[in-house]
Write a protein that binds this ligand. Sequence first.
Ligand code: BES
Ligand code: ZN
Ligand code: ZN
Length: 502
Amino acid sequence: MNFDAYKLISTDFSPLPSLHAGDPVIEWVDRFTGVEAVAVLVGSDGEVPAALGLDREALARAGFTGAAGGTLVVPTSEGPLLVAVGAGSLGELDEHALRDAAANATRATKGKASFGLQVPELDMDAETLGRVLAEGVLLARYAFTPLKNGGKYTALERVQVRAGRTNATQAADGTGVARINARAANIARDLCNAPPSHLTAVVLAEVAKDLGERFGFEVQEFDREALIGMRCGGILGVNAGSTQEPRMLKLHYTPQGTPTGHLGLVGKGIMYDSGGVSLKPSDPMHLLMKMDMGGAASVLATFTALRDLGASAEVTGFLMCTDNMPDGSAYKLGDVLNTRSGLTIEVKNTDAEGRLVMCDALTLAVEDKVDAVIDIATLTGAALMALGQLTAALLGNDQELIDAVRTSAANTDEQVWQLPLERKYRKQLDSDIADISNLGGKYAGATTAALFLEEFVGQTPWAHLDIAGTMQSDTNDVWRSKGATGFGTRTLIDLAQNFSRR
Ligand code: BES
Ligand code: ZN
Ligand code: ZN
C-alpha cells in the first residue's frame, strides 16, 4: 500500500486505500506459543481462569471485577504481558458482548504485534464465535496512520485464540467472514478519515474503479457533462460553487446464478460540506465535514464484500459525490433546481445539500426497476441531536424493508432506531415558486429530510438511514475506533447478502 501518496496534493493522490486491517493471522490453538501478550477474558461471575494465577478476591482488591470494559494488567516476573479483560456476566455473554470483549482485549494489548486471547467455554456456535471475535479484533486495531510521521502504531501480525472445545475449522470459517466484513468497514473508515483535499470526488472515482477491479464489481463514472446530459440538477446545483468536478459513480454487482432480487443503494457523497453560501460556523463539529461522504463510503465498502461473501442478489449502487462550497459561482438561496424526475426544487438553505444530491440517484434507481432502495447519508444534525452518536435514524415507506434493515443492524450491532415518517409535516416543504423546497421547519429535521427524499422514490420500497450521528466516534469505544466508524457498512452487507424480492 503506497501511503506516501496521501502526503501529496490531491491531483497526485494514488487511489489505493488501506487494506491493512485484514492482515493479521488468526489461529485457533490449544496453547499459546510465542505471543507478546495474553489477554484472558474473565466473567463477573463464574470461575476465574487459572491462567491468571489469582482468585476473584485478589482481582477485586486491585479493582477488577470482571465487569465489561474493565481491564487489569497482572504483573508477572517473566513471559508475555498478562491482561485480565472483563467480559461481564458469562450468562449474558452473547455475540455482541463477545465482539466488544475481543475489541477491549485488542486495545489492552495495543503496543504488541501478537497476542493470545483466552475465551471462556460458551454455548455459542463456533462459526459465530469465530466471526464476532475476529470482527472485534480487526475493527478495534484499526488506526488511520498514513499521514503520521513516525507514529507509534504497531501492526498486529498474529492472534492466537484459545476457546476450549470450540471446533477450530468452523471458527476459522467465521474468521474468514469477519475479515471480509472488517476489511469493508475499515475501507469506509479510511475514506472518511482521508482529508477532503486529498479525497476529492474525482479521486474517489479512481479509488472505486480500483476496488471494483479487486473485488469484482463494475464501476461506471459520470462526470459533469454526463450529469448535465442526464438532467441531474441536484448534484449540479450543489457542485456549482466548487472548483472540483462532481462525480456520480454507479456500481453494479452481478451474483453467480439467477439473482434472488435487485437491491438499490444510494450514498451521500459530500466530500466536504462547508454549508455553501449558508456557511457553517467554525466549530469543532464542522471539522468533521470531511466525513459528509460517509454514506457513499459505506455503499462503496459494501460492494467490496459482495463477491467474496457470495451475495445472491443483484446490487446497484449510486454514489453522489461533490463538495459543497461557497464561491461566486455557487448556488444561491432562492435558486430553483431542475431534477431528473421533473420536480423543481427551491433552495432555501444551501446547507441542506445532501437531499439535493441524492434525489436524482433515487430517481435513477427507480428507473432501474430495483425491488427496493436504501439510501444512507450523514443527512441532518437533527438525527444526531435526537439519537446521539451510537444510534442512526431509520425511516422509510415500507415497514417490511425497514424491519429487514433493523434485523441486519441488530445482527451487526450497528444500532438503529426507527423514526416516524409523519406525512402531516410534508407541507413544511412547500415552496411558493417551485414544486418543493429543500428546507423544512424548525423541528423534526430528520423526518422532513426523509419526506423530501420520499418524493423521489414513487412506489418503490425505500428505507433511509441518517448516519449524521454515528459516522464518527469521539473515543475508542469497543469496536468503534476513534474517528470514522464505517457505520452502516456491515448492516448493508448483511442486508445485501440475503436480499430477495418478495
Ligand atoms: N452534513 C450535514 C449534517 C450533519 C450534521 C452531519 C452534523 C454530521 C454531523 C447536512 O448537510 C446539514 O448541514 N444539514 C442541515 C440541514 C438543515 C439546514 C435543514 C442541518 O442538519 O443543520
Ligand atoms: Zn449541509
Ligand atoms: Zn451535508
